[in-house]
Every structure is written in structure tokens, then in C-alpha cells.
Design a protein around this ligand. Structure first.
Ligand code: BGC
Length: 916
């Protein structure tokens, strides 16, 4: 019997869903956005199984209480990145937009209730909206790492304030205070972009800080990336300019609707302050005796302060952020405090992070405490050598004013251990904490299984993402580098897109990549580009990030807009390489990084690997051309599609001619070569595919199921094995604990993913190479296979509009689960294996479907709609078939070496990236 509600529903007269989480573009915080027509996304909460949206209505208003525009009922299933109704005027600067949504499910006559109103507010969208001048401190010492200077002015507010916004940025890094209160909680604002092309500004709501009567605004200004030291081998300073500057425009709206603007101008004054010196690599030196108490409050005596000078700037380069800012996101208490053999005091936070310390201390005036940071210990002492020229040294000089609290402002370090020199007395509880800082993205992905080591591996991968998503996607957070290496993010972006909503942050970084590309004519190996001794020549897999990263973002976040924005960049990259490859379509010359850090490479020659670097290069060229052909179709560029499709076909033919034997062996008989050919569809037919698949499994087996791949092969190897039905081999690789393997570092106590398979050698000493980071995410790319294949939760249509559920249990794992907040809501897969029975529970978000493919030949794939579904099937692990007669693995390292096509010459002028 139906109850009344169900009866209405069956008749289509009631609605069982609620619209949740209406959001604008990829913004987590929609204050000060740059898009004039921000697209809307929403998710649906419903208990109704198989719920599909049949229509929606959007209402938009430009002021609370104003009459809204309505889209009317739009017959559409779209709920992700939906355009505003055409009648809505484009946002102008400062304008606030509010939107709400209601929806109809299939066959429903009655709409859902309206969502609550969601809002976004435009920043200063037009260059002409910037009326403030930028000012530089006149008493600028100009020596990086320089002091952070203080700048201030006072102003009077005649009437009650209704609303106040601060639009602000710096050529350098800044923190602002209004009336003694810190504005916002961003770290290292405005963040690093290719400043010559794009420069971020921030928008803050300071309504609660500005008062009727006397006010003061103050800023601390330091060098940051703009003028400080960046890069390896000594790096460069003054990369973007000689002088730091601040640009602030405080706009106040009064109750009566009138407005006032308080800007940076010549009425500001400046002074030195407590930050004696600060640098991203060097660390910060703070002398609390030099604090200017009350400096950002009204009534402060600034009579001795110096004037500021007006500097010019190009307002057309100022852009609003697309992703969240860097923030302090977690506080860690020490796990252990102990004396090193030398007697030094060492604090262990139990976790390798990017961030800095926060201290509470009582000491006499002038007493100095020095803090050093390191990722690992060697012989019980901090191992500082991996930092190379980064000093990572903070110093605090006490003011002698009772308990003093301090955290550096304009520096960050990669560390698990801190050494405290000059600490007075014991380290009491709460006296020293580690502050984890990174881009404040929303966590969206989780994994868990019955194997504790794999869980820790996954946890380490998450921590390495956190350690390196710091404004831009960096290689490492600790040494004199921290650059936006393109190859690293190419490898890691699929895993990253599952774990956190990095869409806005990476879209912003891609805009930099494109800007640098325009300027330089090629995709630099790191973005923003810093002219070091590194060659500015195209390199495969690194430069291909221009194509792969936007493609990944499209698959995972369903944003065609990212492809549209990056399309010129994607094409320019492929065109440039097509030019290099010429009529033979082989990319067989020039500088390459190859399968960087394949474990057989000697410590001092990370590019000296088993796979021909030009096989790698030509494979990437083929795949990038094929992706661009697909993108052309999506963007309605029919001619481009034909052009790139043909190009991809020609490169593929050239690859096969040059690198594949008629039977399906590859000229480089190494796992990476096979993984590339299988993953990028570069084998002529099924026969060769089978042969290549067999050879790949033979190689992995002969390698003792230890890793034989570097940056290029590692993200592909497990998928390549899966694609030829060798999941069991992939599992043996994944579960391997001997070095090199993913779990070896875990067994060595790693809490992040290492740069090298053996960053720490088995005797506990640090790898002798000059490039030994303990926090590099590239090898963590395997998390993507763990989510998609091990657990079986994958996006089958952009943005997970269709989900592919294809769990492939293996190893000794009896239980595994993953969950992901897709743009449509939470999707989850969980399986339990009991002998030969497999039970799978699938959660499909509303307005999506899932194809469920169970690992049982008797089970046909099924399509299911939203809701929770439970399946059970028989499961036979192919590994169970491997009897004891299986020959012992033979270590092929050193035995099978390909003929090198050309020695991997270093560019003139020394070693690459200081990696010697
Ligand atoms: C970085 C890498 C990068 C490589 C390429 C290294 O110094 O840390 O992750 O991709 O150089 O040369």
C-alpha cells in the first residue's frame, strides 16, 4: 500500500529531492571573483533511487531582495557548470550576484523546493577600476633576503560603515592589518604566478574591522618570489623587479549609499620592523624587541617613519584568484622531543609537512632561539644536506615581555624535525607546534583497505600532495627549488584531482603555463619560468603537461571551459613538436628528461635510464596529438580535428616503424617502453599488443616485482598491466616491500612520498645524490590506479557523469573502499572478499549513472542509477593459479640494457637542476 506521500510521488505531484551546495565556477570562496558570467553547479540530495534531473530553474538577483531573473524551466539534465540565464547582465566590478536553483526529476510535475540563495561577488574586473597608486618603501634596503618593512596610514571614517572591501596585492608578499587586526588569514599572498603576465590580487571583506572615527591600515611587505631568491644553483634574485610595492584600495560604502576610497598613496609612511630578514629558502629572522606596538592602530606615533614612493604598475595584469589561497590548515603537536647524540634538542612532529613552527616562549630580552628544519635524521642529527642551499633557518630574538608567541610570516619549510638551539628550559606542552600550510583546497577523495602498509602509502601520497600544492604545484617543499615542474604534475594530476578539488588552483597554473608559453615560444619545464642554467628547450612529458593536465581536469571536473581556455596552448605545444619532429614524425633530437629517475639510473645521472628518451618523446607526441584531436571535436573545431587526428596517426605509424618489431617487442626492452606503447595505443594490432603485454609482465617478473620505472613509466605501469589482464602482476608490484617499490619507503618509516625510490637507503643513510627530497608526489601517481582499479571507482564520462565501477581485488587484500565527492555528489565503492565470494557496495550520486563490471566472467556489466547498490559475485584471483613451480624472479637490472640512441647529453653550462 502506498502512503499519501508516495502516492503523490508516483503521480508525479510531489518531489523528493532537495538542491544542495550551489556553487560558482571552481570557487570555494566566491568573494572577489574574476568571472563576469560565473557558471553554476549544484548537487542533489534525494533518497529516491535512480534520480535523474529532467529540468531546472535558476533564479538570479543582483541584490538581496531585488526582483530576480528566472531562466524559466529549462529541460536539461545539466547540473554542473551551467551558464547563467542569458538575460542576466554580466557582472561588473564589485557586484554581488545571488542565485538559487530548483529542479525536476524525471516525470516529476512538481519542482523541488528552492535551494538557499548562494552568492558570489565580483572583484575589480576592469583595469580601470584600480584607482590606487602602488607605493614602495623609500627606505628599502633592497638586499634579498631583505627585511620585511612596515607601511601604514591613518584615515577618518565620518559615518557608519555598511560595507567595506579591501582590494590588495603586492609586488612581493604581504600581510595587512586594519586597526590592529589581521585582515584574512592568507599566507604568502598574493601567491606566485608568472608576475610578468598575470598577477593575483585579493579581495577581503573588512566591514567588521573599519569603524566610524579614526582608523589605521598597515601592511608588512617582504620580497617573496618577486624579488627574493628562487631556484637552484644559487638561484636568481630580483627576478621580476628591483623594488617591492604595495597596492591597496579600501572601498567603504556608508549606510546612506555614499562611498569613500582609502588607497595606497603618498600619505603612507614606512619603517623597518621586527622581521630583520626573511626569504622563502633562507628562513626568517625576527627580533621581537623591534616590534612597533600599535603600528596598525590609529593614534600610533609614526613621526619618525619614512615616506613612500609611488611606483607604476600595469593594472591589466591584475587578476582575481581562481582557486583558494594558501593557509595554515592544521596544527601538529610534537610526537617526541629528545636530545641528539650531539646534545642538540630535536622535536619530531611525526609527519613530514610543508609549513613552519609556532612557538610560545618566555625568555629574557635579547635571548636568541634558532630553529633549523629537516625532513629526516641521519645518525640522530638533522640531515641538512638534502636542503642544498636552502638554509631553512628561523631565528627569534625575545623581547622579554613574559610569554611571547611567534610564527614566521613570509617563509615556509619542508620538515618533520626541528632543532631548537637556545630554547630556554624544557619544551612544555603547547610551546612548539608545527603549522601545516598549503593551498586550502576542499578534500574530495578517500581510500582505505585491509592492508595497513597500503593505507599508509595512500596517506603518504595525500601528505605529499599537501606538501606541494602551495599556490602552484611544486616538486618539493624543502630544498632550493619548490618550482612548478611540469612533468611532476603531469604524472600526479589524476591522483590529485581525486584527492582534493584542485580544479581552480590548476586552472590558474595552466593560465600561467600558457602565458609563459606565449612569451617563450615553448612550454617551460617549470612554471612560472625562472631563468637558471636549465635549458629552455621542449622536453617530452614535461612540456606535454600543457595537454595532459587540462585533459585530466576535463575528465575529472567536467569543465569544458578549461579545455577552451587552454586550447591555444595545447595546439601550440603539439605544433611546436610537430615542427621539431619534421616529416619523419619522430621526436628524435634535442634535450630530454626521459624516464627521469628510473631506479637503474645512477644517483648522479637521473636521466640515464633504460628507456630510450626519444621513444618516450615520440610516444608523448603521439598521445598529445591524439588528445588535441579529441579536444578539437569537443570544441567544434572540425578542421582541427582532422588535422590532429591525421598527425596522431602519422606519429603512431612512425613510432611503430622505429621502435616496435613486427612481433610486438620494443627497441627499449624496458617496462616504461611497454607501458607507454600499451597505454598510448601505439601497437599496430592485437597480436603485437598481446606480445607486448606478455613481455611487460615477463620484465616485471624478471625484475623481481620491483619497480623498474621512473617519472614517465610509474604513472602508467599498473594500468598497462591491467589492460593486458595482468592485475595480479600489478598487485605484486604494488605490494612489494623490497627496494625499489612503493612500499619500501613505508617500511622505512616514510610519512610522505620520496623523490627517489631510495631517498633513504636501507642502512638508514640518505641517498648520496644531490637531489634527495623526501616529499615529491610524482611516484604517488599510483594512487590513481588504487582508486580506479583496485577499488574500482572511475570517471567514465567527464565529471563522473557516468561512473565506471570495476573493482579488481588482488594481493592479500580482503577489503577496500574509496569515496569521492564528484561534481554531482558523493560516489563510493566498497568491496569485501571472503574466499571466493566478493561483495561490492556502490553508492551512485543523483543525476549520474554507473556501469558496474564485476570481476566474474559470468556477470554481465549492468547500468545502475543513483542510490546504494549491493552486488555479489564469485571471484577467482588469477594469482591463486600461480603454483609453486613459478620460477624465482631473476633480477634483470644490469642485464637488459637498450642501445642508447644518443648519450643523454647535459646542456652546456653544467648539470640539470643541480641534480649532480
Ligand atoms: C625536480 C623534479 C623535476 C626534475 C627535472 C628536479 O630537480 O625536483 O621533480 O621534474 O628536476 O629535471
Amino acid at each position: 500500500m502506498f502512503n499519501h506521500r508516495e502516492m503523490l510521488r508516483v503521480m508525479g505531484l510531489s518531489n523528493s529531492c532537495q538542491v544542495e551546495l550551489v556553487s560558482f565556477e571552481h570557487h570555494r570562496e566566491p568573494l572577489g571573483i574574476g568571472e563576469s558570467r560565473p557558471r553554476l553547479s549544484w548537487t542533489i540530495a534525494t533518497a529516491e533511487p535512480g534520480w535523474v534531473q529532467e529540468g531546472y530553474e535558476i533564479e538570479v538577483r543582483l541584490a538581496s531582495g531585488a526582483k530576480p531573473w528566472s531562466s524559466g524551466r529549462v529541460a536539461s539534465e545539466d547540473s554542473v557548470l551551467v551558464a547563467l540565464p542569458v538575460a542576466v547582465p554580466s557582472l561588473v566590478s564589485r557586484q554581488r550576484v545571488e542565485a538559487r536553483v530548483r529542479v525536476w526529476g524525471k516525470g516529476e510535475v512538481t519542482p523541488s523546493p528552492w535551494s538557499t540563495w548562494a552568492w558570489a561577488e565580483a572583484g575589480l574586473v576592469e583595469p580601470g577600476d584600480w584607482t590606487a597608486v602602488a607605493v614602495s618603501p623609500s627606505m628599502d634596503p633592497g638586499e634579498p633576503p631583505g627585511a620585511a618593512l612596515l607601511m601604514r596610514r591613518e584615515f577618518v571614517v565620518p559615518k557608519a560603515v555598511k560595507r567595506a572591501r579591501l582590494y590588495v596585492t603586492a609586488w612581493g608578499v604581504y600581510e595587512v592589518e586594519v586597526n590592529g587586526c589581521r585582515v584574512g588569514n592568507e599566507i604568502l599572498a598574493p601567491g606566485w604566478t608568472s608576475y610578468g603576465e598575470r598577477h593575483l590580487y585579493q579581495t577581503f571583506d573588512v566591514t567588521a574591522l573599519v569603524v566610524q572615527g579614526s582608523n589605521a591600515i598597515g601592511a608588512m611587505l617582504a620580497d617573496g618570489w618577486f624579488r627574493g631568491r628562487v631556484g637552484f644553483q644559487g638561484g636568481v634574485t630580483r627576478l621580476y623587479g628591483e623594488r617591492t610595492a604595495l597596492l591597496a584600495q579600501l572601498e567603504i560604502t556608508f549606510g546612506d549609499g555614499s562611498t569613500d576610497v582609502v588607497s595606497t598613496d603618498t600619505s603612507w609612511v614606512c619603517s623597518s620592523g621586527p622581521i630583520v630578514s626573511t626569504g622563502l629558502y633562507a628562513g626568517e629572522h625576527y627580533d621581537a624587541r623591534r616590534e612597533r606596538t600599535g603600528w596598525s592602530s590609529a593614534g600610533f606615533d609614526a613621526s619618525g617613519w619614512a615616506l613612500v614612493e609611488v611606483t607604476g604598475y600595469d593594472a591589466s595584469l591584475l587578476v582575481a584568484p581562481q582557486g583558494p589561497p594558501i593557509r595554515a590548515v592544521e596544527v601538529l603537536a610534537p610526537k617526541r622531543v629528545e636530545r641528539a647524540p650531539s646534545g642538540r634538542l630535536i622535536v619530531d612532529f611525526g609527519q613530514n609537512i610543508s609549513g613552519r613552527l609556532r612557538i610560545r616562549v618566555q625568555a629574557p630580552a635579547g635571548h636568541t632561539i634558532t630553529f633549523r628544519h629537516a625532513e629526516v635524521l641521519e645518525d640522530g642529527e638533522l640531515s641538512l644536506r638534502p636542503l642544498r642551499q636552502a638554509k631553512a633557518l628561523d631565528q627569534y630574538v625575545a623581547a622579554g615581555r613574559g610569554v611571547e608567541e611567534w610564527e614566521p610570516r613570509f617563509t615556509m619549510h619542508g620538515f618533520r624535525y626541528a632543532e631548537l638551539e637556545g630554547w630556554p628550559g624544557d619544551v612544555e606542552e603547547g610551546a612548539v607546534e608545527a603549522i601545516v600550510c598549503h593551498t586550502d583546497m576542499r578534500r574530495t577523495g578517500w581510500f582505505e583497505c585491509s592492508d595497513a602498509l597500503l593505507n599508509r602509502l595512500h596517506e603518504n601520497i595525500v601528505w605529499s600532495m599537501r606538501g606541494n600544492f602551495v599556490g602552484i604545484p611544486t616538486d618539493c617543499p624543502q630544498r632550493d627549488e619548490r618550482l612548478g615542474w611540469t612533468g611532476d604534475i603531469l604524472a600526479f594530476s589524476p591522483a590529485a584531482s581525486f584527492l582534493y578539488d584542485c580544479s581552480g588552483m590548476l586552472a590558474s597554473w595552466l593560465a600561467d603555463l600558457m602565458a609563459e608559453q606565449d612569451w617563450l615560444g615553448t612550454v617551460p619545464d617549470y612554471v612560472p619560468w625562472v631563468p637558471l642554467t636549465f635549458p629552455l628547450e621542449p622536453a617530452a612529458a614535461w612540456g606535454d603537461a600543457a595537454v595532459f593536465v587540462p585533459w585530466t581536469l576535463y575528465q575529472r571536473f567536467g569543465d569544458l571551459g578549461i579545455l577552451r581556455a587552454q586550447y591555444p596552448s595545447m595546439k601550440a605545444w603539439v605544433d611546436q613538436i610537430a615542427e621539431v619532429a619534421g616529416e619523419r614524425h619522430l621526436w628524435d633530437r634535442g634535450f630530454q628528461l626521459g624516464d627521469w629517475l628510473d631506479p637503474t639510473a645512477p644517483p648522479d645521472r637521473p636521466e640515464d635510464v633504460r628507456t630510450d628518451c626519444f621513444l618516450v618523446a615520440t610516444a608523448f607526441h603521439a598521445r598529445s596529438a591524439a588528445i588535441v584531436a579529441e579536444v578539437a571535436t569537443l570544441l567544434g573545431q572540425a578542421d582541427d580535428h582532422l588535422h590532429y587526428r591525421d598527425l596522431a596517426r602519422d606519429i603512431r605509424v612512425a613510432f611503430i616503424d622505429e621502435f616496435v618489431t613486427p612481433s610486438g617487442r620494443l627497441s627499449s626492452d624496458a617496462p616504461t617502453a611497454y607501458a607507454l606503447a600499451l597505454s598510448f595505443d601505439l601497437l599496430p594490432g592485437d597480436q603485437q599488443r598481446d606480445r607486448a603485454g606478455r613481455r611487460l609482465t615477463e620484465l616485471v617478473r624478471a625484475g623481481g616485482y620491483r619497480i623498474g620505472t621512473g617519472f614517465v613509466g610509474t604513472p602508467l605501469i599498473c594500468d598497462a598491466l591491467s589492460s593486458v589482464g595482468a592485475d595480479d602482476v600489478a598487485y605484486r608490484l604494488l605490494m612489494q616491500q623490497e627496494c625499489p617499490s612503493w612500499l619500501y619507503p613505508v617500511t622505512m618509516g616514510a610519512t610522505t612520498v620520496w623523490e627517489r625510490w631510495d631517498s633513504l637507503l636501507s642502512d638508514g643513510t640518505v641517498n648520496p645524490g644531490d637531489m634527495t627530497s623526501f616529499n615529491h608526489y610524482a611516484f604517488g601517481s599510483v594512487a590513481d590506479w588504487m582508486h580506479r582499479r583496485l577499488v574500482g571507482l572511475a570517471s567514465a564520462e567527464p565529471g563522473y557523469r557516468r561512473i565506471l565501477v570495476s573493482p579488481r581485488p588482488g594481493g592479500s587484500i580482503t577489503h577496500a573502499a574509496a569515496a569521492h565527492d564528484t561534481p554531482y555528489g558523493r560516489a563510493a565503492v566498497e568491496w569485501d572478499r571472503n574466499g571466493q565470494r566478493l561483495e561490492v557496495v556502490v553508492t551512485v550520486p543523483p543525476n549520474t549513472t554507473a556501469t558496474v563490471r564485476l570481476p566474474d566472467p559470468a556477470h554481465c556489466p549492468v547500468e545502475v542509477g543513483s542510490g546504494r547498490h549491493t552486488f555479489a559475485c564469485k571471484f577467482r584471483d588469477p594469482a591463486d593459479d600461480v603454483g609453486p613451480s613459478e620460477p624465482d624472479p631473476v633480477d634483470i637490472r644490469g642485464e637488459v640494457r637498450p642501445q642508447r640512441r644518443r648519450p643523454h647529453a647535459r646542456p652546456s653550462g653544467g648539470s640539470i637542476a643541480g641534480n649532480t
